[in-house]
Design a protein around this ligand. Structure first.
Ligand SMILES: O=P(O)(O)OC[C@H]1O[C@H](OP(=O)(O)OP(=O)(O)O)[C@H](O)[C@@H]1O
Ligand code: HPA
Ligand SMILES: [Mg+2]
Length: 174
């Protein structure tokens, strides 16, 4: 069986949207103490591009989370694989996610971060897939709403493959 990746969102379209999100975030966080939290692994590409599209002062931290493993369905258990390197008490946290699918990961992170006393917590997600939502979480900055397909590329994986594709695509098997 061979696999082919069909483009869903091209790299120019992604780049344009990332610049727009960056401009909006720069405007909203003019004088705060912004911490961009890159949710590993999937957000590493989006967060790297988004950080460079924001011209406010910020620091970057990383949090490792895993619930999908090798398949295309959430296990329902959100495992923290790596914690933040510093406290976030009193800071304006912006969680950067590649995708909000069932919403379980982001809901878990919102609950976790709120126990640490940040000044604010917001969410920036490149993609959301409302057809699969199991919990509702407000996305403050959103790139694209997508249909119910398992997507790869621009950081997103299928069984750890395809994170390096420069666009968002869907796997087609023949
Ligand atoms: O809304 P949900 O259904 O919870 O899905 C979204 C989460 O799932 C993926 O992570 P994954 O567990 O695949 O880890 P990875 O980022 O290391 O690939 C993705 O990067 C999000 O963090
Ligand atoms: O559609 C998806 N693709 C890759 N990883 C994911 N994690 C949640 N949804 C997805
Ligand atoms: Mg994954």
């Amino acid at each position: 069986m061979s696999e082919r990746i069909a483009t869903m969102i091209g790299k120019e379209e992604i780049a344009k949207r990332v610049q727009e999100l960056g401009a909006q975030i720069s405007n909203d966080y003019k004088d705060g103490s912004l911490v961009l939290v890159c949710v590993l692994k999937g957000s590493f590409v989006f967060a790297a591009d988004l950080a460079r599209a924001i011209d406010s002062n910020l620091r970057v931290d990383f949090l490792g989370v895993r619930s999908y493993g090798e398949g295309t369905d959430s296990s329902g258990v959100v495992q923290i694989t790596q914690d933040l390197s510093r406290p976030i008490a009193g800071e304006d946290v912006l969680i950067v996610e590649d995708i909000v699918d069932t919403g379980l990961t982001i809901a878990h992170l919102m609950d976790l971060f709120r126990t640490r006393g940040p000044r604010s917590v917001r969410v920036c997600a490149l993609l959301t897939k409302p057809a699969r939502a199991k919990v509702q979480v407000k996305i403050d900055y959103l790139g694209f709403t997508i249909e119910d397909r398992f997507v790869v590329g621009y950081g997103l994986d299928f069984a750890e493959k395809y994170r390096n594709l420069p666009f968002i695509g869907v796997v087609e098997r023949s």
